[in-house]
Structures are given as structure tokens and as C-alpha cells.
Design a binder for this molecule. Structure first.
Ligand code: FAD
Length: 488
């Protein structure tokens, strides 16, 4: 362990990755650590808000795999942020992959409530196909993407499995299958599964445990971590304009960080935790000299998509008392597909499910809808009134009740958040494990120069837990550990 190291360390971004890096460095005796954050708050994509009296999560909500292996779970447990059920050994032992078992209600676009058991052929087929996504391509069978594989498997398997079903049943099951594919698009923050690399898809590792949420809000994790850091460690509303590395004007420090307000800060090491969406759009001005080719290739190849949440409040529920998720099944779809044509008129068709938001407040009836891809990007451009009109129409159509009027609606606009420019990363076509390795590689790579000038953390730098809070947190700790061993 290092003791009282006074190397100057600047961390850019106060999301969970930046906070985790600062935490570990400060606890290990580094005395000169500073975080520069563009916005006026900590937490980044962990952002808790309110819709009326109900607490809602605009960003991360679920601890994916709440068990010992997940550092977010361990911290949340230690800070007393979880409900008793999530802490039980049984909950931690269940291996459900990416699909927590939720009690569903199914509604069709003709306003019909379906029997959940009747949807089993679709849900089972969906899981069988996704669970068997190949981890390597063979010469004989090579699919160009996850979507390509799913489609061809769907055609092959339904030709026998669904052949005796009547036309209406097949139509509804197809709609249910499409619903789940759209949900998968949200999970991967992608427009279509056709944009996901087949081999890259298997890089993501899931952790045991049934996904759980923070009953009092995910930002509680941030405030607890922040309370253990020295006051004034973070400079808020301090966007960084340019990181000058291999900086020759200063004899003492290898890096100079230039802020938007003109402040110039010399540093020995900089840990960059800005989102990949920001890097994709601003790398050419954020680094001087420019980033090396391999880093640029990773920034380009790792995908960064948009997914948004739409929170809708009702006076009374139109779903069952025990319902945890509502699936919307379009019963007029003709083919297997996870995206819509004519987005400006049909963007709401991409919303395939609504989670029932758990609340400690009685009388709170809030749903959280999910939308991703170009449809989400389009929604972000619409005026609030227009979103409200389309969502009300959607709910009336599926519930079969033409009098339902939501009391409040609020949607996120992650693509338009200037310091994020999207939601989270995914393995786009052509993306490989090497791209994630190159993404986390510190600069400079030339041995003779001052080492570890610029280091990279954040969810998009974790090779197997990308897109998650725990991946981001671990990446921050990883870069802190790199400095700790450098000074040990
Ligand atoms: C809608 C949505 C739902 C999600 N759901 C889940 C979920 O259920 N479970 C889960 O595990 N994960 C989920 N995630 C992903 C999770 O939120 C992220 O992986 C994680 O929070 C990323 O942390 P980070 O520190 O890498 O980045 P961020 O939290 O984005 O932090 C980066 C920080 O850098 C700052 N910054 C950017 N540019 C500059 C600059 N030039 N100068 C200074 N500061 C700058 C930003 O303002 C930001 O605060 C979700 C994300 C979204 C958007």
C-alpha cells in the first residue's frame, strides 16, 4: 500500500467510475486527488428523480447479479441500501442470466388481456434461441449478427414447433416474440440486434442473483461514497476542454488539463472516465496530441446506443395487483422484427414493455416504459405534448379503456445529455475483446516517456461487465490500482 503519495492526480468525470477511482486512491494514501465534473452533480448516469410522489430512476436502476461477486451489491449491502429479500442467500444463489423472473401481464394492440401461459411458446423459444447464440462462428454457419442468427433460428424452429397452431395464435406469438426482441434491444442499448456482433455478444458475463433495485434510490450509493471522500475533492460545473499529454512546457508534470473556463491544471496522471458517447464526439479536441490509432479504432468500434425510459403515472392501476411487468403485443405484425419502419409515425411501436415501479408510497401507480435505438432518438426530438399524446393513445389502445389519461409523464433524453450523448455501450458489429483491451490501455504506450499520463476508466472500458454500474465501478478501481502499484 502506498503512503502519503503526493503525485497530482486529476480524475475527469464524477460518475461511479471516477468516484470509485478517487475512493481507492484516497484510502490508499494519495493526498493530491481532484475530480473535475462538467455538471453540477455527482453520479453521472446514476440519477434518481421523482414523478409526483414516486421515486424514479432516470438512469441505472437494477443491480445486475446481486451477489458477492458484484461490488455494487456489496457496497449497497454495507450501506444498508437493500431490502431484506435481495440480501437472502437464496436470492443471491439464483442463476437467471439476464432475465429476472417477473410476474407479467400481456396485452395486445386490440385491447385484449392474454393468459400468460399462452405466451409460453414465445418466451421459451426466445430464451432457447438467445441462450444458444454461438460464441464462435464455424465455416458452415456464419451469421452476420445476433439479429441475423435470431431470425434464422426463429424461422427454422417455428417451422416445426408452431406448425399446428392456428393463424391467430401464430400472429399473437409472433408479436410476443417481437416484443421480447425489442426488450433485448433496450438491454443492449442498440437499435436492432442486427447491429450486435455475434461473437462480441458473448463477451458479456452475468453474475448470479436475481436483479434488485435500491428501494430509496440508486443515488444513495453515490451519496454514501461521496460522504467518505474529503470535502472539496470535486470541482463541479468544471468541464474539461483539452488534455495536453506528453506536455513539454512544464518540467514538473507530464500532463496539463485545460478547462472550459480557462483554468489550467498540471497533473502527473489523469484518469479519463467520460462516457464513450462523449469520446466518440469529442476525442479530436479532448486530446492533444491526438489519441493513437488503436485507441481511436476502439472508440469507433465499440457501439454506444440510446435507450430511454418513459415514466407514466396513473390515478389507479389498470394492471393486476401482483403484476411486475406489462408486455405489449402488436397483433398486426407480419414478420419477425425488432425495429419499426416509418419511425416518425410509428416510434411508439418500439416500446415493448412497462415495468411496474415499486414504491413505498401508497396510492403511487407508476409504470416505466423502455425504448431504444432510432425510435428513442426520434422521441427525444418531440415536444413533451406530442410524447404525452402518443403514450396516452398507446395505453388506451392496449388496455382497451379509452378513458384512461395518465396524470404525469416524463421521459429521459440521454442522447441529448451533452456530457453523455447516449446511454451505454454494446459490442457493435466488428467489435472484439481486443477493442476493450485497447480502450483501457494507458498512454503513452512508448516506454521511454513518463508512464501512466492518461488512463481510461468508465463502463465502456470493462471487457466483460460493460454497460453496468459494477463494470464502471471496477474500471475505476482498476485504474486506481494501476497507480497504487506504480508507486508501491
Ligand atoms: C437509461 C439507463 C439505464 C441504465 N440501467 C442500468 C441498470 O439497470 N443497471 C446497471 O448496472 N447499469 C445501468 N445503466 C448503466 C450505468 O448507469 C452506467 O454503466 C454507469 O453509471 C456508468 O458510470 P461511468 O462512471 O462510467 O459514467 P458516467 O456515470 O456517465 O460518468 C461520467 C461523468 O463524466 C462527466 N463528463 C463528461 N464529459 C466531461 C468533461 N469534458 N469534463 C468533465 N466531466 C465530464 C459526466 O458529466 C459524468 O458525470 C443504465 C444507464 C442508462 C443511461
Amino acid at each position: 500500500m502506498a503512503e502519503n503519495v503526493d503525485a497530482k492526480i486529476v480524475i475527469i468525470g464524477c460518475g461511479i467510475a471516477g468516484i470509485a477511482a478517487a475512493h481507492r486512491l484516497v484510502k490508499s494514501g494519495f493526498t493530491n486527488v481532484r475530480i473535475l465534473e462538467a455538471t453540477g452533480r455527482s453520479g453521472g448516469r446514476i440519477k434518481t428523480g421523482r414523478l409526483g410522489n414516486t421515486m424514479i430512476e432516470m438512469g441505472a436502476a437494477f443491480i445486475h447479479g446481486p451477489s458477492e461477486e458484484n461490488p455494487v451489491f456489496c457496497l449497497a449491502r454495507d450501506y444498508n441500501l437493500l431490502d431484506p429479500k435481495s440480501l437472502t442467500p437464496e436470492n443471491q444463489a439464483v442463476d437467471v442470466g439476464e432475465d429476472p423472473p417477473l410476474v407479467p401481464n400481456w396485452f395486445t394492440s386490440s385491447g385484449q388481456k392474454l393468459n400468460p401461459d399462452d405466451m409460453d411458446p414465445a418466451t421459451e423459444l426466445f430464451h432457447v434461441i438467445l441462450d444458444n447464440t454461438p460464441e464462435s462462428t464455424t465455416d458452415k454457419q456464419s451469421w452476420s449478427s445476433v439479429g441475423d442468427f435470431v431470425k434464422s433460428e426463429f424461422q427454422r424452429q417455428t417451422a416445426t414447433k408452431w406448425k399446428d397452431k392456428d393463424k391467430h395464435t401464430r400472429q399473437v406469438l409472433l408479436g410476443a416474440m417481437n416484443s421480447m426482441l425489442k426488450e433485448e434491444c433496450f438491454a443492449s442499448a442498440t437499435h436492432s440486434l442486427e447491429d450486435l456482433d455475434l461473437i462480441g455478444f458473448s463477451m458479456y458475463l452475468s453474475i448470479k442473483g436475481v436483479d434488485c433495485t435500491f428501494p430509496s434510490g440508486a443515488e444513495g450509493l453515490i451519496s454514501n461514497l461521496m460522504s467518505e471522500l474529503p470535502a472539496n475533492l470535486v470541482s463541479y460545473s468544471r468541464p474539461v476542454r483539452c488534455i495536453h499529454w506528453s506536455y513539454s512546457e512544464s518540467e514538473e508534470n507530464a500532463v496539463m488539463v485545460e478547462c472550459e473556463d480557462g483554468e489550467k491544471i498540471n497533473a502527473d496522471h489523469v484518469i479519463v472516465t467520460v462516457p464513450l458517447g462523449y469520446l466518440k464526439n469529442h476525442h479530436s479536441t479532448l486530446f492533444s496530441p491526438p489519441l493513437p490509432a488503436q485507441k481511436l479504432e476502439s472508440i469507433q468500434k465499440i457501439g454506444f446506443g440510446t435507450c430511454d425510459k418513459i415514466h407514466v403515472e396513473f390515478e389507479s392501476p389498470w394492471w393486476d395487483a401482483d403484476c411486475e411487468i406489462i408486455y405489449l403485443v402488436w397483433d398486426d405484425e407480419e414478420d419477425i422484427s425488432d425495429h419499426v419502419s416509418d419511425i416518425s409515425n410509428n416510434w411508439v411501436r418500439k416500446i415493448s414493455s412497462f415495468n411496474v415501479v415499486k414504491s413505498s408510497k401508497s396510492g403511487s401507480h407508476v409504470l416505466c416504459g423502455w425504448i431504444s435505438g432510432h425510435e428513442a432518438e426520434h422521441m427525444e426530438t418531440l415536444p413533451e405534448q406530442e410524447v404525452r399524446r402518443s403514450i396516452t393513445e398507446l395505453i388506451r389502445r392496449f388496455s382497451g379503456d379509452l378513458t384512461i389519461t395518465p396524470t404525469r409523464i416524463e421521459c429521459t433524453r440521454w442522447l441529448h445529455e451533452p456530457w453523455t450523448l447516449g446511454s451505454y455501450c454494446h459490442p457493435a458489429i466488428g467489435c472484439s475483446a481486443q477493442n476493450f483491451k485497447d480502450m483501457m490501455e494507458p498512454l503513452p504506450t512508448i516506454e521511454k516517456q513518463e508512464p501512466l499520463q492518461v488512463m481510461f476508466a468508465g463502463e465502456a472500458t470493462h471487457p466483460s461487465y460493460y454497460s453496468t454500474m459494477h463494470g464502471a465501478l471496477l474500471s475505476g478501481r482498476r485504474e486506481a490500482d494501476r497507480l497504487i502499484s506504480h508507486y508501491s
